[in-house]
Design a protein around this ligand. Sequence first.
Ligand SMILES: [Zn+2]
Length: 396
Amino acid sequence: MTPPVFAELVGQPDAVATMSRAVAAADAIVRGQPQDGQGMTHAWLFTGPPGSGRSVAARTFAAALQCPNGGCGACQACHTTLAGTHADVRFVVPEGLSIAVGEMRALVLRAASSPTQGRWQVLLVEDADRLTEAAGNALLKAVEEPPPRTVFLLCTPSTHPDDISVTIRSRCRVVPLRQPPADAIAEVLRRRDGTDDQTAAWAAAAAQGHVGRARRLARDPQARTRRDAVLAVPRRLTGIGAAFDAASALIEAAEAEASASVTETDAKERAALETALGAGGTGKGAAGAARGSAGQLKDLERRQRSRATRAQRDALDRALVDLAGFYRDVLVHSFQASVAPVHADADDLASAAAEKWPAESALRRLEAILECRTAIEANVKPRIAVEAMMLSLWRG
Ligand SMILES: [Zn+2]
């Protein structure tokens, strides 16, 4: 039987089958019944492209392990695990670009204790590819000598050594997630969010396999406006000046989107820390405390800055993926391929561009976008990479 909690996962029948077997075997272990073999293991690695549902898979798996009914999705254990408040499930979510060793050591230590609710201690690392080397080593030690009731759930884009060390990977059972097909995404938008047929189909295609992105496009008018602006780029590239303008606009839009996404959290965190530090105290010892709190506030600001940088990169990358989708659609027309367009609502433009440009030139443009993503990943300043890309898109 498939645990109801796995209904959260979109288009992943193989992963769901693997996890369902593990949940049954894990339940037998908790009940002290003889184990039926190889279903359960203590370290898991969920891999898949962004938006495929790596962290959803890991979270629902954690819920099913903690649930006395094998993942009903409705009980206290399921709810608290999914909400991130279960006493025996610890989440590691990097604040900035990497997960630090101190944080990892503390979590590994906590995960080694016995489960308070009698089932499992779960340590879930959502972006294990962002572990620093030292943090990775701290995790490896724990994964190599796991306490009997501790489970490690790691998420990375792939099993490539750049994403996860070979030694950690060798200790894990891998659950590969695929890019969910557009019709599976559309189905979930209709069923779960009540999106109408047409919007669901359009958003699922435009999101190119990214479930969260599809949901934002279906629900958030601002996300649609930003996407429209990105898709307007190709026809605005009329000269060198226009190319530089387009680069600025793209960078600024990413900055605005990122700052909208972090501002609220930043303010909440700062207020919480100030309250904890007793801001405004004037009593005995307040001066010493103020010196200490200045350090903690600096620390928080540093974490918030690196999170803002991460959010900007993510927003810019989404824009680049949208733009690449347009040139991909142009190539679809050039070759008269019988595949559906990514951007159905910009397909007339793509078709017109295919009339005008030779296929090689559309391909060069597509490559310019992919090169820009690679350059930014290799820490080239985004503005420089995007300007170079816009010039190539203009020249063709
Ligand atoms: Zn449950």
